[in-house]
Ligand binder design. Structure first.
Ligand SMILES: [Zn+2]
Length: 100
């Protein structure tokens, strides 16, 4: 049996940090949370670019995560973000109305 570790047995950490993980792992320790944060930051950037966060977008981004618990964590955070954006918009509209 050949004990040499081939490139196929080590793979890159899913967060995109460039470090390798064993074939059984998806992430370096703690990098699953980092990946989640990165995807959330992507949503923040969408908002900054004037695009709305939709449930479809959240579902699409969640597919980048390898496990159901992680996807659920991301969806919860994304939905909180979506609610915050909506609240901020409502506040901005009120401010505009007050200044009109
Ligand atoms: Zn990583």
């Amino acid at each position: 049996m050949n004990a040499k570790i081939t490139a196929a047995e080590a793979k890159n950490c899913l967060c995109g940090c460039g470090q390798t993980v064993s074939a059984k792992a998806s992430y370096r320790s703690g990098h699953d949370a980092a990946h989640c944060s990165m995807l959330l930051q992507g949503l923040v950037n969408e908002v900054a670019d004037g695009r709305p966060i939709t449930k479809a977008l959240i579902a699409q981004e969640a597919k980048n995560l390898p496990s159901a618990p992680l996807q659920a964590k991301f969806r919860n955070a994304a939905e909180r973000l979506m609610a915050k954006v909506a609240a901020d918009e409502a506040k901005a509209v009120k401010k505009m109305e007050a200044n009109a």
